[in-house]
Design a protein around this ligand. Structure first.
Ligand code: FAD
Length: 410
């Protein structure tokens, strides 16, 4: 964007004041954008970080995780016009205007960062005692549930389900986790890697039931497809999330079958001057030869830097093709993953999965494409750099946990 247009209102308008929206605003200023930046967020709270919600915030060990406190983001000093409690209901591209509950908002450049919404179980919405875990309000509602040490049923053994079960066991609740797939983390990891992770549930004193369909959620009970009835003082549904893009119906902005805004390699949507970033957007990865929809924190940190660079240049100067990264804290373990693997990639174990610390590497040919590290943060850091560099890896050395991963090159 030229210096002249930077001075002309309405500047850049960002929809969604979560990690990706806030980081886009911060990156614009960090990279020297001097024009108006408006950040619109539907939630009434000061923008906050989500990962602590299923960890310290849930257990009452942290009050909240607002970006201004936790990350020192000073919206006033950065001249970010932060408008909270403002839900955007539509985009009128021809007028370059947004419809909001607080009236129309014009934009010159638009960034869509509306994140994702948790999926719900059919028939469960509105049933007393049934919870989701996505927002600060959800976490605050769940705190007294944990404190009351109810019998809890968690539906879904994904990342959120595992983290919630961890917190609920720490709070002394009886926890049963019900998973429709035949294993934990079925969407993310192959069966042989998921198997040792499933054992963590029992070790922590949680009951894990896999291959079980929920037939009905009623007040005080969850009924399974095979007729079993589980007592449930409360139910937490963690069965995944979908990009929050339904409000864009009729906008003309292209979406994929998964609901994501199908951005290009520069995070531009199908409409000129409209970018998409974070959990709501998918992008083509040349590195992995696939379109990726990443629902993790690091993606909502890195993507905005590319968006800001492209807005500032007024041209597609910075492609976004990261090595995706995320972490999870579950059952006393620090789990990290970098990269992206497919079923055809070769899997190598580093260490004994029955132990406290082990890793898994995925190779495509002789290149490392992904690494999962449990309690081995060095493997993660070194593996991530090997993935980025693409240097050939020696499989025998990579499989030896005594050899630093950075030295496992061919
Ligand atoms: P969001 O954080 O969802 O923010 C989007 C914002 O847009 C929301 O505040 C929403 O209210 C607002 N919005 C939506 N629609 C509109 C609209 N129409 N108008 C105005 N505003 C709107 N990742 C990790 O890597 N590691 C972790 O340990 C981890 N833990 C997590 C724990 C929890 C409980 C959750 C929920 C997520 C966790 N994640 C973790 C994922 C990570 O937090 C997300 O990837 C990240 O928050 C995505 O940021 P975002 O800004 O794209 O979306």
């Amino acid at each position: 964007m030229s210096e002249q247009t930077q001075q002309t209102k309405p500047g850049v308008v960002i929809v969604g004041a979560g990690m990706a929206g806030v980081q886009t605003a911060v990156a614009l200023r960090a990279q020297g954008f001097t024009g108006p930046v408006t950040l619109l967020g539907a939630e009434p709270h000061q923008p906050y970080d989500r990962p602590p919600l299923s960890k310290a915030v849930l257990l009452g060990k942290a009050e909240d995780s607002a970006f201004d406190v936790a990350f020192d983001v000073d919206f006033g000093e950065l001249r970010i016009d932060l408008r909270l409690g403002v839900e955007v209901t539509g985009v009128r591209a021809a007028e370059r205007e947004l419809d909001t509950g607080a009236g129309p908002v014009p934009y010159e450049v638009l960034v869509l960062a509306t994140g994702a919404e948790p999926l719900t179980l059919p028939g469960a919405a509105g049933v007393p005692g049934v919870h989701l875990l996505r927002t600060l309000d959800d976490a605050v509602r769940l705190r007294p549930v944990l404190a009351a040490a109810h019998d809890l049923v968690v539906v879904g053994a994904g990342w959120i389900g595992a983290e919630f079960a961890t917190a609920a066991r720490a709070a002394g609740c009886a926890v049963t986790v019900v998973e429709a797939a035949d294993r934990v983390l079925a969407g993310a990891l192959p069966a042989e890697v998921a198997a040792p992770m499933a054992r963590w549930y029992a070790e922590a004193g949680a009951t894990l039931i896999t291959g079980a369909r929920v037939a009905a959620v009623e007040e005080g009970a969850v009924r399974l497809g095979d007729g079993r009835e589980l007592p449930a003082g409360a139910v937490v549904v963690g069965i995944g999330a979908r990009p929050a893009t339904a409000w864009l119906d009729g906008s003309g902005i292209e979406r994929g079958p998964d609901g994501s805004l199908t951005a290009d390699a520069h995070l531009r949507t199908s409409l000129p001057g409209v970018y998409a970033v974070g959990d709501c957007a998918s992008f083509p990865s040349a590195r992995y030869g696939a379109r990726l929809l990443v629902h993790h924190w690091d993606n909502a940190l890195q993507g905005p830097r590319a968006v800001a660079a492209n807005i500032l240049a007024g041209a597609p100067v910075q492609a976004y093709d990261p090595v995706p990264y995320f972490w999870s804290e579950q059952f006393g373990r620090f789990v990290q993953y970098a990269g992206h693997h497919g079923a055809a990639d070769t899997l190598l174990w580093r260490g004994d999965p029955a132990g406290a610390a082990w890793s898994v590497c995925w190779l495509r040919g002789d290149a490392l494409v992904a690494v999962l590290a449990v309690g081995r943060p060095r493997d993660l850091a070194q593996g991530r750099r090997l993935i980025e560099s693409g240097v050939p890896v020696d499989p025998a050395r990579a499989a030896d946990p005594a050899v630093p991963l950075k030295s496992a090159t061919a």
